[in-house]
Unconditional design. Structure first.
Length: 266
């Protein structure tokens, strides 16, 4: 499944080439932006009963045999009745970046889909991490684990290319850097602070209490235990605020979320 957002001519040409050797490819075309979270969700909704979904950014390329390794690792995990690992990173270099990862059906059933109020990008992964963190808090962090890194049978990372560099190489995202990146920690922090208030992170901050990054276990007690600190609200619940989205698309800097949407009958 390919989720195409926009109308770029070069993407249209690439899709034509892909269909030559994968005629069964499903292409979902949205001329207007859904955002990162919306794109991931649309891909998952194509087959809502799948045992798992492998979500991949458009600049990731798997080496021959890698997808088979991912499928075998995931199915082994799913067949293990004692396993509580529901989120599987296909690690980029030394970092767990959301460029290639597996979401299992059980995880989506427990914690829902990605929150599309995180728009257009950045911190949709932070929000999901917060849900996993809070789920672990509720069920005992020492006995449950919702995530792991997929590896080959001999314990190596799955071979892939991200941003045209093997296993991420020196890849730098807006929010973090690979261990091999030439960018310093200070430069990364400055980039983070520049991007965070302009993209989807302001909503994630409002939803969980102020965040600058995914918190440590010790820091979790300082944040909201439920979305927007509304008592008894399930972790999976979010409702798209269309007025807020319209405000963002109109270019306004401050577009508050209407929490009353979450207090409606659910």
């Amino acid at each position: 499944v390919i989720v195409w957002q926009g109308n770029s001519a070069h993407v249209r040409k690439e899709l034509e080439d892909i269909r030559k050797f994968r005629p069964d490819m499903v292409v979902l075309h949205y001329p207007n932006q859904l955002g990162v979270a919306g794109g991931w969700n649309e891909a998952m909704r194509v087959d809502p009963h799948a045992p798992y979904w492998l979500l991949v950014s458009d600049d990731v390329r798997f080496e021959p045999g890698s997808l088979k390794l991912v499928a075998e690792w995931t199915y082994r995990n799913l067949q293990n009745s004692k396993s509580n690992i529901w989120f599987h990173y296909v690690t980029i270099g030394a970092d767990k970046l959301h460029a290639a990862f597996v979401v299992t059906h059980r995880l989506a059933r427990e914690l829902g889909l990605y929150d599309e109020n995180v728009f257009p990008a950045f911190c949709e992964d932070t929000d999901f991490e917060m849900r996993m963190n809070m789920w672990e808090v509720m069920h005992g962090m020492e006995t449950w684990s919702t995530r792991d890194v997929i590896k080959t049978p001999d314990g190596k990372l799955i071979p892939l290319t991200h941003n045209n560099m093997p296993n991420g190489g020196g890849y730098v995202s807006g929010m973090s850097r690979n261990a091999n990146s030439p960018r310093t920690d200070a430069e990364t922090k400055r980039q983070f602070e520049k991007i965070r208030p302009l993209k989807g992170c302001n909503y994630a901050n409002e939803k969980w209490g102020f965040l600058t990054t995914v918190p440590t276990k010790d820091q979790l007690t300082q944040l909201f235990r439920t979305p927007h600190n509304i008592p008894d609200i399930p972790l999976w619940l979010w409702r798209l605020d269309v007025n807020r989205r319209r405000c963002q698309l109109d270019g306004h800097d401050h577009c508050p979320y209407d929490w009353n949407l979450l207090k409606e009958k659910r």
